[in-house]
Design a protein around this ligand. Structure first.
Ligand SMILES: [Zn+2]
Length: 437
């Protein structure tokens, strides 16, 4: 059993496809581990409080409250609406749901308890109702990101908060001040938790003080995960996470996809433009998970075309029985080796192309590709959906099916020609008609 905690979305706006790429990492990880014979339990949090607009310097306003003001809704309504949209969006790219989606606001008492322990053990201090983590108290600070306390001191920018002992100290609990919309009682007065303590509290509440893998985006390495290590290890007294995995960012014309950069695409927008949402998944599989991925409409169109061709081939090749003697285990062994090599999905996709072009019998190819699709999640077995057929084609197909059932082969052949004039080839199989563009 592999237990995986993934940093999830802050539900103050829609997720863009760059976010979806980040959330695809734990999905590919779980699917791969299961293919290799492990069981998995994945937890992904939903951040619905405490994520400030400037999370590097620990300043600004809570993102939930900014959206609540702009949309004239309560923070709870904002969270509910964008959580629902998030779950719909991940479904479109075949990201399987996590076992649990803990919400930060449901764990505030646990966060207060952890912060109190950090103060007691000398890792945190309180000033005017706000509690800071004292990074100088944790020797391992900087281990994950390379941002050690010395470097942070030298690189401190902007106006340092005079209440902090070290400019790199981060907020565990923030005094509510004017922001009373989302505030909880605590020993330090009314306030709300910092973003980083949320993930320590949720991960350790659910998994205890040791678990296997923690995932997130490359932009979570610092400060979010560096802070989580400092918090969780100071409390547990030992390493809590065995392995950290971070997904590379999605780049558009060389810059990171972000709402602030104005280059923001939702998966539903790509779908409205006529792309199969899974074409985005296909595109994402072309890059190593840790590497940045360049996104372009041309690249997506190419992925869309190749994916449709692949499905047509699999449909074409899926007739008759597989002869067990002709299954060559070496193909699957190679696939297992690629996904087992730090999730090398580009190599796995290269193997897909190699198999497609190989002299392996078609029926065996189709069967192997369907098996690999348990990891790839591209719906390679999906037939051409009726909605994608040219106008009138679905009716012609139904009429032809009736004609064949009535053994009216002259009529059936005539309908075949009409379908051909629409650009569709009909193949009769024991399971019924199959169509090919
Ligand atoms: Zn997190």
């Amino acid at each position: 059993m592999v237990r995986i905690y993934s940093c999830g979305p802050t539900v103050y706006r829609y997720a863009h496809v760059g976010n979806l790429r980040t959330f695809m990492l734990p999905d590919l990880l779980c699917r791969s581990l299961e293919y290799l014979g492990y069981r998995t339990e994945q937890v992904m949090n939903i951040t619905d409080v405490g994520h400030l607009t400037d999370d590097t310097f620990d300043r600004g306003e809570d993102k939930m409250l900014v959206s609540a003001r702009l949309e004239k809704k309560s923070p709870q309504e904002i969270a509910a609406a964008y959580t629902e949209a998030f779950l719909e969006d991940i479904g479109k790219v075949n990201i399987r749901p996590a076992a649990q989606y803990p919400r930060a606001t449901a764990y505030v008492p646990r966060m207060v308890e952890l912060i109190a322990r950090l103060i007691e053990s000398g890792h945190a201090y309180q000033v005017d109702g706000t509690v800071y983590y004292d990074i100088a108290s944790f020797l391992g600070y900087g281990r994950l990101s390379g941002n050690t306390t010395d470097k942070l001191m030298a690189g401190a920018r902007g106006e340092p908060d005079p209440r902090k002992r070290h400019p790199g100290d981060f907020t565990l609990w923030k005094s509510a001040g004017e922001h009373r919309l989302q505030a909880w009682q605590s020993p330090w007065g009314d306030g709300f938790p910092g973003w980083h303590i949320e993930c320590s509290a949720m991960s350790m509440s659910i998994f205890g003080d040791r678990f296997d893998i923690h995932t997130g985006g490359a932009d979570n390495v610092f400060p979010h995960h560096e802070a989580e290590i400092a918090q969780s290890e100071a409390i547990a007294g030992h390493r809590v996470v065995s392995l950290w995995m971070h997904g590379g960012l999605l780049m558009l014309s060389g810059s990171r996809m972000a709402k602030s950069a104005g280059n923001f695409f939702r998966i539903t927008e790509l779908e409205e433009q006529g792309f199969d949402p899974l074409a985005f998944r296909y595109l994402a599989l072309q890059a190593k998970y840790r590497a940045p991925l360049n996104f372009s409409p041309e690249g997506l169109a190419g992925a869309d075309r190749v994916l449709r061709q692949l499905r047509e081939r699999v449909a074409d090749w899926s007739h008759g029985d597989v002869d067990p003697d002709e299954i060559d285990e070496s193909w699957d062994a190679r696939f297992r080796a690629t996904i087992g090599d730090d999730l090398d999905l580009p190599a796995a996709m290269a193997l897909v192309s190699e198999l497609v072009k190989s002299s392996v019998r078609p029926r065996t190819k189709a069967s192997q590709l369907r098996a690999w699709d348990r990891v790839l999640g591209l719906d390679v077995g999906r037939a051409v959906p009726e909605s994608e057929l040219p106008d009138g084609a679905a009716d012609l197909l139904r009429t032809r099916q009736k004609a064949r059932a009535a053994k009216d082969f002259a009529r059936s052949d005539q309908l075949r020609e009409q379908l051909a004039s629409l650009g569709l080839t009909v193949i009769d199989t024991p399971e019924g008609q199959r169509i090919k563009r």
